[in-house]
Design a protein around this ligand. Structure first.
Ligand code: SAH
Length: 254
């Protein structure tokens, strides 16, 4: 059975309490689909004051996380070879394909920076990978680590429960997902598209695929360049391009 163990190195292990203790991540831990080791970097600091950060050489504002406690923490926990990932806004951008790649590892280490970041030697000599969750700057790597644990976990067999798979999610197929509706059929005069109520499975499947293609074409045309498209999909996209009225009609279906 697939199992992924995450080792998270942080100065703030308490931050993980809420997000990891509910819903899918909590159930995945109970079902032994994942396990999570939280390691407080401060426990590996030395001296009376257990200092984990210091002033930057060369001056300037802010503090830098010292290398020794991070090396000691990682080296005392890890034995086998595994990805050792530094969370940093300078890393390669996290996306669904990186999540899939990580889901193939039995063990993953995540190092959370704080302040101005970590001493450069951590990046150069300890980490094997650097990941950013987007082009913005967070106050620490903890939330980024939670994002990665969440996205990887929902890809593991059994994590979402038997009847629901992650295989139709946005980005899983390289496309954005189609719109969802649930009861009531009429909410304040806004009706659910007839085709979804029709019970005609082939029509529902075609409608969903077309909505998925339409949404992607309108919102994220860049994704169409790498998405897995069938001949039918390509024909549909060609028709969309040739006749914008089709898009209008499909949107009114909503
Ligand atoms: N001075 C650094 C940013 C420090 S932000 C720089 O300009 O590159 C503090 C910490 O938050 C970082 O060490 C990193 O671990 C985390 N962090 C901030 N933004 C992030 C992002 N987009 N993705 C992943 N981690 C991020």
């Amino acid at each position: 059975m697939t199992h992924v163990h995450f080792d998270i190195f942080t100065l703030f292990p308490g931050m993980f309490a809420g997000p990891f203790d509910d819903s899918i991540i909590q159930r995945a831990q109970e079902a032994s689909i994942i396990s999570i080791g939280l390691h407080n970097i401060r426990d590996y600091a030395e001296g009376k004051h257990m200092i984990t950060d210091d002033y930057p050489y060369g001056g300037g504002g802010g503090m830098v996380m010292k290398p020794e406690p991070i090396f000691r923490a990682v080296e005392s926990v890890l034995s086998e070879a595994m990805p050792i990932i530094l969370l940093t806004p300078q890393g390669r951008q996290f996306d669904q394909s990186v999540a899939l790649e990580l889901a193939g590892h039995a063990r993953i280490a995540l190092i959370c920076g704080r302040y101005e970041g970590v001493d450069e030697r951590v990046r150069r000599y300890l980490c094997t990978d650097e990941i950013s969750i987007g082009d913005f700057v967070l106050s620490g790597g903890e939330i980024a680590a939670m994002v990665i644990v969440d996205a990887v976990t929902r890809l593991l067999p059994g994590a979402l429960g038997a009847e629901h798979g992650a295989d139709e999610d946005s980005h899983a197929t390289g496309l954005l997902e189609y719109p969802h509706y649930t009861r009531p059929p009429d909410f304040r005069g806004q009706r659910v598209p007839d085709v979804l109520i029709s019970g005609h499975h082939a029509n529902v499947a075609r409608w969903r695929r077309q909505q998925s293609l339409l949404r992607t074409a309108l919102r994220r045309p860049d994704l169409l360049e790498t998405a897995w498209l069938t001949d039918d999909d390509l024909a549909f996209l060609k028709r969309l391009e040739a006749d914008p009225g089709i898009a209008q009609r499909l949107l009114q279906d909503l």
